[in-house]
Design a protein around this ligand. Structure first.
Ligand SMILES: CC(C)(COP(=O)(O)OP(=O)(O)OC[C@H]1O[C@@H](n2cnc3c(N)ncnc32)[C@H](O)[C@@H]1OP(=O)(O)O)[C@@H](O)C(=O)NCCC(=O)NCCS
Length: 149
């Protein structure tokens, strides 16, 4: 898909180093090295719902991606469920509808692939992500509890 200088296509294995670059341009907190991020992305991608993972480019530069997996946490559910594991858009390109488009395309592809439900996690302080998820139709469903060890 190509609109207004933005092109979105299905992600491939060889795109993974680009995802690390996008994450560096999207997230403010930096806890892992690029090598560690790549190793984690490889692990996640190994079980990805590949037809529903997309990468966005603007003027040839990678600017955003969505990475989706089969939801193994929901293994007991009667119908296949998917989980949006990572959605990221480079800071300079945020607020232009890139994240919304990536997420909508992913949800459509998941539906085509036979999934009947998708979930996504958001931190309570990530107002932008929460607003986006609610805009595309996600509803709040579960509470996650966390403690320091
Ligand atoms: C959360 C995130 C993916 C959102 O991506 P994004 O591309 O900025 O999202 P969108 O542009 O689609 O939507 C954001 C805003 O732009 C507005 N917008 C949507 N389409 C637009 C368009 N065509 N033109 C202008 N604005 C638009 C939306 O209404 C929305 O407004 P809001 O801020 O009032 O809610 C991005 O902020 C990000 O990468 N954050 C860091 C990583 C992260 O937290 N990821 C989620 C958890 S894994």
């Amino acid at each position: 898909m190509k609109t207004g200088g933005l092109s979105i296509r299905v992600m491939r294995m060889r795109d993974l180093p680009m995802l690390v670059r996008i994450m560096e341009m999207a997230f403010t907190s930096k806890r892992l090295t690029a090598g560690e991020q790549l190793a984690n992305l490889k692990r996640v991608y190994a079980t990805a719902a590949r037809s529903a993972c997309f990468i966005a480019h603007a003027e040839g530069e990678p600017v955003g991606f969505v990475l989706t997996q089969k939801n193994d946490a929901n293994w007991h559910a009667p119908t296949p469920s998917a989980h949006v594991r990572l959605l990221a858009v480079a800071k300079d390109f945020q607020g232009r509808g890139v994240g919304t488009r990536l997420l909508r395309m992913s949800l459509l592809a998941l539906k085509k692939a036979g999934y009947s439900e998708a979930s996504v996690n958001a931190r309570l302080d990530n107002a932008k992500a929460i607003a986006l998820y609610e805009r595309v139709g996600f509803e709040r469903d579960a509470l996650k509890f966390i403690t320091n060890l």
